[in-house]
Write a protein that binds this ligand. Sequence first.
Ligand code: SF4
Ligand code: SF4
Length: 377
Amino acid sequence: MAEKTIREIAKLCADCGTCQSACPVYQAELTEPNSPRGKVNLAKALADGRLAPNSRNRRLLYQCLVCGGCEHACPQGVEFTRMMIEQRNRAAAGRRIPWLKKFALFFYQGFILRRVLWLPRLLARTPLKRRLSLPAFQKAELKKIVGRDHDREYDILLFPGCVFTYFYPQRTIDIKALLEKQGFRVLYPPGLQCCGFPYLSQGWGDKFAALKKKNEAVFRKFHFNRIVVPCSTGVLAFRKYYELPGIEVFELGDFMFRHCRDAAIDPGFVNCFQGPFTYHDPCHNLKSLKLQKEARHFLGQFGGRFRDDESALCCGFGGIFKVGFPSTAKKILNRKSAKLDELGAAAVVTSCPGCYMQLKENLDVPVYFFSDVFKKQ
Ligand code: SF4
Ligand code: SF4
């Protein structure tokens, strides 16, 4: 850890417990070791050598979505995410990645999908469908939108992320078209890899470093000065853990709000369902990037058809969290689902590919991505 040690971060904790109400895992399990405060105290004890690492405390370290909720709520400024990532990297050092997590990471990042297109169809008939939130396989020719002009000056490099590249490729095509419609020259380059955050947050820093190196090599081949990512986790990875001098990184909604505030919404969007729709705030959007008004600027234009959900409840996806802790993830999703029922939401819009997949594949109401609310032509 470059700037601060685990001990320095953890000692800021005043044991006040303010973070508990912001923590989806604590709210689901209601046990102190599963609260952010419990995890800070665990990190302190491990760092001081008062506790030796064992399977129980290692499991507790991983029973966290790294959603940033506690950090957002903490009056003491405890850098929980940074501390947790460092702690996990120490815990994982020299250990093998468990096969199920390895499989899930490979799967979500499409390493398997690229080669074996029949696999998702087969898995969709097994209990893994719910466990992995498997979507139906979507056919879309991403090759057609790949840009290879190394001499051209682009305004934006579009980094769609793994979920939109491999599971919902049409979303990538739509987002590129949306940005081009606003007058930008958009590059979707070949050779992009996962941003690496799922590896970093699990403690596998060497895998993260390898992916980062490959992405930076792709970036160096082209001329652009902005990266737009329809995923705040990717934005965090680029802003905090990559070296990208002279390049600004934006989450899609943030970019639309700052640069295309007058972009036309599609009034016909609300004809796809009956009743009000709401917005699901992805944790990293709200709690880490502090994006709250950006998407609402556009969604509010649907007037009474938009019913705001101010609960900030998590969806329970958390990258591969739901693979390791399916029962906790289900409890978290159930709270979200109950909130949607209470609001009478007939549809949900969100702006994180992971939340989109989790909600779309598990809820009974239609789920849309933020870019769907804009006019296509
Ligand atoms: S809110 Fe911050 S200071 Fe209070 S218990 Fe949680 S981590 Fe510690
Ligand atoms: S990062 Fe999220 S899940 Fe983890 S302890 Fe903090 S609030 Fe809870």
